[in-house]
Design a protein around this ligand. Sequence first.
Ligand code: FES
Ligand code: FES
Length: 167
Amino acid sequence: MPALNRLPLLLNVNGEDVELFVPVHKTLLEVLREDLDLTGTKHGCELGECGACAILIDGQPILSCLALPIEYQAPARIVTVEGLADGAILHPLQETFAELGAAQCGYCTPGMLVTARALLDQTPSPTREQIVEALSGNLCRCTGYVKIFEAVELAAERLRSTQKAVV
Ligand code: FES
Ligand code: FES
């Protein structure tokens, strides 16, 4: 492809700055998956309707299938599902999703996890209604949602008790 159709980009992804030179037509979802090999973020509808492609930008969930990477260059901080764990230590949401069977085929799970992470960062003690509302843009065909909501509640409880222990 001619250089004219490519863009230089500087992205901050999961705490690291990366320089890229990518075709102008690529969405942020495509850049993450195809250029950075961060395939945890999923291709779903590509129409902004399923939430499978959700990532965090400065702590807020966005749909990467609708985003152009040039809009989210550093210093914007991009976090994908790969950035939730702290090295080998899973985020409490990842633990509770696994423990409670909140992931079945797992296709919706990365989007659910990052969206729930944003909720718990902003609302440490969410009500069931707040959890349902926060995840209303994330579709799941397998679980019936109840286990997902319970996993978010249990992760919130664990995060609160960790924070109390630190104080
Ligand atoms: S793939 Fe982005 S909302 Fe469905
Ligand atoms: S676990 Fe299969 S779509 Fe949610």
